[in-house]
Design a protein around this ligand. Structure first.
Ligand code: GLP
Length: 258
């Protein structure tokens, strides 16, 4: 894992967006994996800026989102489909039919999950996957205890995740208790992963993911097995990292070499 400790959230977003933008420039028909939550919002704003100001062309890309709340239709204001439309897709030139978010209302969710996996495979796999991290270390909605080989499926959320996500809903009772989520195994197949992390509440989960043992109790730790993962975090999120001086030193060396 390449860990970059940034001065602030703006730098986290700019550097992470740079990896996605470089991929789109190099491969106009790239397959991009997107995440929801507050963490990637700055990255999406930067991609929108690059599109509007520098003409970054998204017309040939295909996108797959990590997850969707079970029971919420794409039109629901709190659905992850609505989130992506509002925060990215409506502001760039990707044709909507090239964007994919798991269905939260499929009649046969098992079949829909298999079809989602098949579609990712048919498109040649994900080139760059954007990720956040939950305060319990989850990626997508792979809660503690999820198999590190898991595939897209229905997952029940922990009380912690329900609490964390309640801020987006009017009442806590409105937060769905399960979701359709890509599995850890699905995510590990992306060629490159870019994780954005911000804020002190993520510091313990991030330290466990990067420096702790690989364990299903913190599914982000599975990224230690991934050959090309970039983590961009701010100072607050980096607070519990033991090797922070080393990460900073690597960054300086890399900049000096380029
Ligand atoms: C949800 C999403 C995750 C996201 C996490 C953290 O659980 N399923 O993909 O990483 O929230 O969200 P935030 O960035 O808002 O802290």
């Amino acid at each position: 894992m390449e860990v970059t400790i940034c001065t602030d959230y703006a730098e986290v977003s700019r550097l992470a967006a740079g990896i996605v933008a470089d991929m789109v420039r190099a491969m106009p028909d790239a397959v991009l994996g997107f995440a929801t939550g507050s963490s990637p919002l700055g990255l999406y704003k930067e991609l929108i800026r690059l599109h509007k100001e520098e003409g970054l062309d998204f017309s040939g890309i295909t996108t797959f989102n990590l997850d969707e709340y079970y029971g919420l239709d794409g039109d629901h204001p709190q659905s992850y489909r609505s989130f992506m439309n509002e925060n990215l897709f409506n502001h760039i030139n990707v044709p909507m039919e090239q964007t994919h978010v798991p269905s939260g209302t499929a009649e046969d969710w098992l079949e829909a999950c298999e079809a989602y996996e098949d579609l990712i495979e048919d498109m040649g796999g994900i080139d760059v996957q954007v990720l956040g991290i939950g305060s319990d270390g989850h990626i997508a909605f792979n809660e503690p205890g999820s198999s590190l080989g898991s595939r897209t499926r229905r997952v029940y959320l922990t009380q912690q995740t329900i609490e964390d996500n309640a801020r987006f809903f009017e009442r806590r009772e409105d937060v769905p208790t399960s979701a359709i989520s890509m599995g850890v195994g699905t995510i590990l197949e992306a060629a490159t992963c870019v994780m954005v992390v911000s804020g002190a509440n993520k510091a313990p989960a991030l330290a466990a993911a990067i420096e702790g043992p690989v364990t299903a109790m913190n599914t982000a730790s599975a990224l230690q097995w991934h050959p090309d993962t970039w983590v961009f975090c701010d100072e607050a999120a980096a607070a519990d990292l033991e090797m922070r001086d080393y990460y900073n030193w690597i960054r300086k060396q890399r900049e000096a070499d380029s």
